[in-house]
Every structure is written in C-alpha cells, then in structure tokens.
Design a protein around this ligand. Sequence first.
Ligand code: NAD
Length: 349
Amino acid sequence: MTMWKIGLIGAGYWSSRHLQAWQMIPNVMVTALCDPDLAKLSEKAHLYNIPEESLYLSAEEMVKEAEIDIVDVVTGPESHVALVELAAKAGKHVLCQKPFARTLEEGARMVAFAKQAGVRLMVTENWRWLEPFRCIKEMLNSGVIGAIHTVRYVHTDFYTPRMEPTVKLPQPVFREMPRLLFYEMGAHWFDVWRFLFGMPKRVYAELSQVSPYIAGEDNGIVVLGHEGFHGYMDMSWATRQQLDRPLSDSVAPVHLERLVIDGREGTLKLYTNGDISLINQHGSEERWIKHGTTLDHEESHVRLQTHFIECLNAGVDFDTSGADNMETLRLLFSVYESAEKHVAVYLAQ
Ligand SMILES: NC(=O)c1ccc[n+]([C@@H]2O[C@H](COP(=O)([O-])OP(=O)(O)OC[C@H]3O[C@@H](n4cnc5c(N)ncnc54)[C@H](O)[C@@H]3O)[C@@H](O)[C@H]2O)c1
C-alpha cells in the first residue's frame, strides 16, 4: 500500500481539522508544514508533533525540498491560483480549500494546471460529508419521499451584529470580505444543494448587509428553480435565531440549519437540534430517522480526506474535483449576479 506524504500549506485557524484528520487516516504522513507566520507554524507543529526539519516559511521552498506527494492547500482563495500552479507543476496532487476561486476564470486556470501536469485536484468541500447531509442523502436515494416538489433550506446565526471592532473573532477576515455570506459559507451550501438536488436551472437572489461592522452581505434569500421543482435558501448571520442555546461570551458562530424537503410521498425534515424525521404521505405520522445529528466538522474531514486518499489509490474520480467545483462556483457567482442586477440568472446545463 502506498504511503502518501503530505505537505500542508497554511497553518491557520482551520488547519487543525486537516492535521487531526491526516493523523487518523492509515498510510498517510504529514512530512511538511508551511506558513510564513512563524508563530502559527510553531504552534501547529507543536500540537501535531511535526519536527522542526519539516517546517517551511515558503511554499516554493517546501515544494522544492520536502519529500511530498500531495499538497494540502489550507489558505484563503486569494492564494489558491499561485499555490495550485506551484504544486501541480512540481507533479504533486492537490487538495485545495474552498472557496476554490474568486472568479470562474481563476478556477478554470487551476483545473487546467492540474490537467496539464497530470496530477489530481480536489476541493475541500467538507459540508457534504457532515452527518445530517449524509443521512438526508441516504433517505433521498431510498426514494422514500418520491419526487421532490419543494425544498426549504434555512440557516440562522446571530453573528455579524456582534462583530464590533474590539471583539476577537476566530476568522477576522470576515470583517473585510466584500462578498461574505454566500461566498464564504455559500461555497458549502451550494455544494450541499448540488449533492442533494443537482444543479438548478435558474436562480434569483436578494442579498443585504445588516451589520455595520462588515464589508459584505450577511443576509439573503435565494430562489432556485429546477426541472419539476423549486426551493429556496433563507440564510442569515444577522437574525436573532431561535435561541435554543444561549449565546456565549465569546463571539463565535452558532450555526443552526433547518431543511424541509417535500416529496409527493412524504416529507423529510432536519430540525435545528439535528433531529431528522420523515412525515408520511397523509401528514398524519412523523417518524424519527435519527436524533441529534451534528455538524461534525472533525469527522467530516476524516471522511473527506479518506475519500481523497481512496480515490488516489483506486484512480477514480473525486466527488468534488476541481472540475466539479466549477459548477458550485457557477451557481455561487450567479447568486451575486442576480442580486446585483435584480434579475433571474439562467444556468446553461
Ligand atoms: N471547510 C470548512 O469548513 C472551512 C472552515 C474554515 C475555513 N475554511 C477555509 O479555509 C481557508 C483558510 O481559512 P483559515 O480560517 O484557516 O485562515 P487563516 O487566515 O486562519 O489561515 C490561513 C493561513 O495561511 C497562511 N498563508 C497565506 N498565504 C500563504 C502562502 N502563500 N504560503 C503559505 N502560507 C500562506 C497564512 O499566513 C495563515 O496562517 C479559507 O479559504 C477558509 O474559507 C474552510
């Protein structure tokens, strides 16, 4: 069995999820870690037992000198094109964080770099690997609710209104992002939507900025039209969500997801406490499918990164390859286009 050697770039906030998961997957070793920020680099090296000789302040140096087969890019989208190009041209397979690219053109360039170099490229879309969405996908695949006619997806948080300049945030970059909610989180939601329901044909969006402490939007509604059914996403980081858990002193996200999928033969429901139920055709009986599913990010990374390694071993396609993610990006950017122009955007298939 191949022992895959990983070089991880970006020792910031989310890199812990990646590093933890790599340690749990057989036949994988993190043999290099890179970040120009020495404090972050040293902290993660210490936490995950990565020896000093495996640490790099420059990605160029790491890719040139370290013994690695895979580059795991855990930086923001502004650095992706340069890092994916660097890794691909050095013949390394790439796992790249979302949002994959800032434009479709950037995404297409990265897909082309990997193709030309003959290396594999996957995007870290871990939300489709979260427990509630895996469970719902299984139920949909079983055909138990019949043909879908309506989807209602609601995400609530009361996060951005509490982002006063003096407050410490886990991801301070959120204050400056010109596109926030439907870009940063939207990358996940649109990937989950495609995973569960496929690519819509039309979208119409209304977006707004509620909090005065941010540059981008923190609130919006998107209507998605498919062949034979439609749905909406009602997403907000500025709504006083149902406070079924009290806000803590620290300002951190408390995401609550709610999903109702109506089919001709039944309705599937995900409640904000993670319970998933199935309501029968006549609406007279609600049966619990699973109680207390969670947004289990840590485990989702183990599933996602295991999928990456298994596909490399078997030489089969990734579920969220770079090329596949271009569709998620197309959907995501169409939302901004629709909101800016106040028109429906048609997505050619
Ligand atoms: N999948 C998820 O659920 C999830 C959750 C959080 C963040 N993310 C994504 O992960 C990415 C990173 O987010 P974060 O919160 O960890 O950011 P962060 O700012 O905390 O960390 C990024 C790190 O990358 C380093 N870096 C930037 N450019 C570099 C380069 N060229 N070479 C080497 N290092 C470089 C920075 O110094 C920084 O330490 C973002 O794209 C974010 O959207 C995904």
